[in-house]
Design a protein around this ligand. Structure first.
Ligand code: HEC
Ligand code: HEC
Ligand code: HEC
Ligand code: HEC
Ligand code: HEC
Ligand code: HEC
Length: 422
């Protein structure tokens, strides 16, 4: 009898796993979650609006998405509590978007006799979450290249807590919350993963990461299109042995450049002397990417060249294709074709990173790797302009724990992955 019950339980858990797209503790399930996870009808947080359970929207999100005592990287956590990352210890999460904990990491360095501080707030998007010590950026009062006010920046600026955007069975998208009259297909689960089920006729799955889109103007900016990608079901993990490949897509106006440009319009417009965005790589750059292994080594091949430190957008919105590429076991490491695109996320992470401007790799200084070691105050020789006030384990963590031998002993910046100038 007991054995039978256990069997049912096991089956139930297996079904839950399947429905959640690999996520054992579903909450949002691709759409609006249990209301009372975020709102309290009769005992909301005193300081908050909207009957939220915490002082502000982002503190509400972080009441689940950050856990004190986390040994990470783990599950859906995207922030490390301060107590878990004292000086010299890096944040613990390794998600594609990056750990907001880097925003609390100030680094002080003395380079050629001048002491300066690289403030944590330069490491990414400073969401306002009063309960856990995240405050608005003091340098950028608005989004650079745009007007979105930094004091209003929260998780809910980019993610729709109610998950309005959904992907329908024919591969098109609808936003029933922000587009009255749109097809009202119910969301059956997350659409973000390689394991997410394809919705049948009359069903839908959530848009990638519940991101805002498709006519959502509730934040005072117009999220016109949708952001397309698929990520492996287990995405918050060390890349010491195998990479976590998010397969980013692009289809018509549904590009990552357009999505980010919702708040950063002038970082994008052509003719503004900005780096090409959403532009096809062309054969020269695609060939560079595929040949580039590391500084001084251009012997790579198109089937093994992918690095999650320099991803590109595939020139497709087809989810089945992206699902077959979003792997975390190195089973698909193909590099780009000439029609694949350079996009904001080729260089930046969406949340935060170990480097300034949420960059995926350090561009401050000519060497990322020096003398075969991750630069740090603890390495020999310790070169201040490469160590930049960090311990070598912090530098390694910013590269998601890759062995240093992934790179050349004197590795230059990863702009070279596309430009091969080293
Ligand atoms: C993941 C957290 C979360 C969940 C789950 C959630 N909400 Fe909200 N809700 C918010 C946040 C944050 C706001 C503040 C405004 C915003 O960010 O859009 C909000 C605002 C609201 C508002 C006022 C503003 C508006 O958009 O109309 C209503 C009404 C509301 N929620 C109802 C609901 C209901 C009903 C449910 C359950 C079906 C629900 N919420 C589930 C986070 C959540
Ligand atoms: C009650 C706990 C809880 C709260 C509060 C919460 N989350 Fe989550 N969140 C989860 C869990 C559990 C998962 C993984 C399972 C899932 O996706 O349902 C998750 C997953 C996610 C994902 C990935 C979903 C996907 O389908 O790709 C996003 C994005 C996200 N949360 C954003 C938010 C935002 C933004 C808020 C605040 C407005 C928030 N969460 C509040 C528990 C929570
Ligand atoms: C909802 C509006 C919004 C969206 C969407 C948005 N940003 Fe931002 N971004 C801001 C604001 C506001 C700031 C200024 C506050 C700050 O720097 O923390 C900012 C700052 C930045 C910075 C500078 C960070 C720093 O520490 O100086 C970078 C880089 C950036 N955004 C990149 C992106 C990329 C890439 C995307 C798309 C994945 C994106 N943004 C989408 C609002 C947005
Ligand atoms: C500037 C826009 C922006 C803000 C602000 C933002 N996110 Fe995200 N988030 C994204 C994007 C874009 C992705 C997809 C990143 C990728 O796959 O490369 C993402 C991914 C995620 C994921 C999946 C794990 C990961 O990191 O890849 C979770 C969970 C999540 N966000 C929750 C949150 C929570 C909670 C907050 C607030 C503390 C927040 N986000 C603030 C844009 C944002
Ligand atoms: C080829 C790599 C690359 C791409 C693609 C790229 N950026 Fe950047 N971005 C950088 C670098 C490097 C910096 C910091 C140094 C600098 O400003 O030149 C930066 C800085 C920024 C800043 C901070 C500017 C400031 O004044 O503080 C923002 C905001 C930003 N990028 C947003 C974006 C957005 C949005 C996109 C896509 C529309 C994008 N970037 C595409 C490499 C890139
Ligand atoms: C994912 C690939 C990719 C990455 C990474 C990348 N670029 Fe580019 N870059 C391109 C493409 C594509 C072009 C346009 C085609 C060309 O000029 O060859 C371009 C063009 C340029 C140009 C010429 C712009 C013009 O108007 O003529 C410069 C300069 C440049 N990139 C610098 C950088 C720097 C610096 C970095 C690192 C911070 C970087 N790129 C990272 C793909 C990339």
């Amino acid at each position: 009898m007991k054995g039978l019950r256990f069997g049912y339980l096991f089956l139930a858990v297996a079904v839950m796993l399947l429905l959640a797209g690999g996520s054992p503790q579903a909450f949002h399930s691709g759409g609006v979650a249990e209301c009372t996870g975020c709102h309290s009808m009769h005992s909301p947080a005193p300081a908050g609006d909207y009957l939220l359970v915490a002082s502000d929207p982002s503190s509400t999100c972080l009441s689940c998405h950050q856990h004190a005592g986390d040994t990470g990287p783990s599950g859906y956590h995207i922030s490390t509590a301060e107590a878990d990352m004292p000086a010299g210890v890096p944040p613990k999460q390794r998600t594609p978007g990056g750990d907001f904990g880097w925003l609390k990491k100030d680094y002080t360095m003395t380079i050629r006799g001048t002491t300066s501080t690289e403030y944590g707030q330069t490491h990414g998007h400073n969401i306002v979450a009063a309960d856990v010590g995240y405050v608005a950026d003091t340098d950028n009062t608005t989004a650079p290249g745009g007007t979105f006010v930094s004091a209003k920046l929260g998780c809910d600026s980019c993610h729709d807590p109610h998950g309005g955007v959904r992907r329908l069975s024919d591969g098109t998208y609808a936003n029933v919350i922000h587009t009255p009259g749109a097809t009202n297909a119910p969301v059956i689960g997350s659409g973000s993963y390689d394991t997410s089920v394809m919705p049948a006729a009359g069903q839908a799955v959530g848009a990638y990461r519940l991101l805002r889109g498709l006519g959502d103007t509730s934040q005072g900016v117009d999220f016109a299109g949708v952001a397309i990608a698929v990520t492996p079901a287990t995405y918050n993990r060390t890349e010491a042995a195998t990479q976590t490949r998010t397969a980013y897509g692009a289809n018509g106006i549904d590009t990552w450049g357009n999505w980010c440009a919702t708040c950063h319009p002038d970082m994008h417009s052509s003719g503004n002397y900005v780096h090409p965005i959403d532009q096809s790589l062309g054969s020269t750059v695609a060939n560079n990417y595929n040949a580039y292994v590391k500084s001084g080594d251009l012997t790579g091949s198109a089937t093994t060249s992918f690095t999650s430190l320099v991803p590109f957008a595939e020139n497709t919105g087809d989810i089945a294709t992206l699902q077959s590429h979003a792997k975390n076991n190195n089973s698909y490491l193909n590099g780009p074709g000439s029609s694949d695109k350079v996009m904001c996320l080729s260089c930046h992470r969406a949340h935060a990173s170990g480097w300034t401007e949420a960059l995926r790799f350090n561009v401050e200084g000519e060497f990322m790797i020096y003398n075969g070691l991750y630069p740090g105050l603890d390495t020999t020789p310790s070169v201040p302009q490469f160590a930049r006030g960090r311990q070598s384990i912090e530098t390694q963590a910013a590269y998601y724990d890759r062995p240093v031998t992934t790179f050349a002993t004197y590795q230059r910046v990863l702009c070279n992955k596309c430009h091969a100038k080293d």
